[in-house]
Design a protein around this ligand. Structure first.
Ligand code: GAR
Length: 197
């Protein structure tokens, strides 16, 4: 029988608002996915308890518990396999993965980044948009590749930068867009996978 749903794992480092947006969208009966678990590299991440409140398995795997980056990534990979994850979504996960890890998830590993990539890779994107005087800003969902914030774009959401905008106002307005963009972009990816089988 044709597969109608895919298992999604979400990796976070902090408050997890994009994780919650994904989980709530995926919970709709017509969304072709299931969230199998949430991993945080930070035991204090607010998103861990939010995931538990949603009835999702949530696990902290802090980098400091492992001797090397490779051992940390191996522990994450083992957990993702234990959950039978098929797609991995980074949602505010603030650590880079090695090329070896990324190769485990060809075309199944995606990230959301708060800028209109290829502009403003890396940190402090809202401040950098203001400093550059850009008239527009936004967010990008893209495939994860070995280069930071470099993989092919899946979808973008745009906002207009207004006079008087600050880092806080841009953060808030970009987040509102991210919470719609990420579920939409993930669905596009899953629909393409399911159509190909
Ligand atoms: C989001 O704005 C996301 O785009 C950004 O971190 C925030 C996480 O918020 N990600 C990056 O900067 C990755 N380069 P959240 O924890 O509330 O989802």
């Amino acid at each position: 029988m044709a597969k109608t749903s895919m298992n999604v794992a979400i990796l976070i480092s902090g408050r997890g608002s994009n994780m919650v947006a994904l989980a709530k969208a995926i919970a709709a009966p017509d969304y072709p996915a299931r969230v199998v678990g949430v991993v945080s590299d930070n035991a204090d991440a607010g998103g861990l308890s939010l995931a538990e409140e949603l009835g999702i398995s949530a696990m902290a795997l802090p980098r400091a518990d492992y001797d090397s980056k490779a051992a940390h990534e191996a522990a994450i990979q083992k957990q993702l396999e234990a959950w039978d994850a098929e797609i991995v979504c980074l949602a505010g996960y603030m650590r880079l993965f090695s090329a070896q890890f990324i190769e485990n998830w060809p075309a199944r590993f995606i990230n959301i980044h708060p800028s209109l990539l290829p502009k403003f890779k890396g940190l402090n994107t809202h401040q950098r948009v203001l400093d550059a005087g850009d008239p527009e800003h936004g967010s990008t969902v893209h495939y994860v590749t070995a280069g930071m914030d470099e993989g092919p774009v899946i979808a973008q959401a745009r906002i207009e930068v207004q006079a008087g905008d600050t880092v806080d106002t841009l953060t808030d307005r970009v987040l509102v867009e991210e919470h719609k963009l990420y579920p939409m972009a993930l669905r596009k990816l899953i629909d393409a996978f399911l159509a190909k089988q």
